[in-house]
Design a protein around this ligand. Sequence first.
Ligand code: ADP
Length: 305
Amino acid sequence: MSSTTTPSVRPRIAVFGSVNMDLVAYVDSAPGRGETVTGTRFSQVPGGKGANQAVAAARAGADTAFLGAVGEDAFGTQLRTNLVECGIEVSGLRTLGGASGTAHIVVEADGANSIIVVPGANGEVTGLREGDQALIEGSAVLLLQLELPMDGVAAAARAGRAAGVPTVLTPAPARDLPGELLEHVDLLVPNQHEAARLTGESDPRTALAALLRTVPEVIVTLGADGSLYGARGGEPVHVPARKTRPVDTTAAGDTFCGAFAVARAEGRPPEECLRFAAAAAAISVQRHGAAPSMPERAEVEELLA
Ligand code: ADP
């Protein structure tokens, strides 16, 4: 099977994570304390690292189930509909009383941004609910991030380990990782800043080695410099990024991670998974937005052919 062949059976991936509505205001410069400014444009886009990784995995060729929560507001309905329209299975997406998660983003004329995340329903996901275990057990890979309460993330990782499902954690937003979470994680995928924050080591190779003392496999993503992969006991492997002209690197890491999970779930060897993920991410950085920039499987295959 060549590295670009689509398998006849689509693998199943479960994503246990956050889903937000991103509310984006574009301004010349952000207001200071007590100040009001007039914006130039507004956009409302579905987001959240969990939902973004689910969209990336579905587009890259997996039957993807999303486990998480929205509120009973209009955003909740829109977020659910969006996931369904992306072909994602939402039986594990709960509607809870109260507000959906929102991210309030201010983008200045020079591209700098400031973000307030209000977790809403995401903040209520402190453990597994009925049916979650079965969705995780039926998957070839479980994807986790850190935009849900740590208790919820740890419960999902425990369920993944109990079911023998490889668990991939993107440690973002970066925060200290408790041992009870790490002991159930098979593969950690920080970017270089998160790797430095987790280990105190600014050199990615040193950070990778430090992280391999806590989990069996690590990928440190390096933006335009590609990615560094290591498995305990083996030599690290560097896979370069594809040469591109990036216009918007939002969600490059989520695209990379979702696509990597699909290739891993198809049973491909690590370097092939990394090249597949790098191709998907390279396409995404040449387009604007998060989920809208994520490529379909056929586009990734075409780039790799
Ligand atoms: P994050 O979005 O989490 O900060 P990175 O910036 O490290 O993650 O990007 C993840 C992956 O996306 C990289 O390993 C690389 O394959 C791809 N990528 C990111 N930026 C570029 C770029 N400018 N050109 C090509 N590929 C890129």
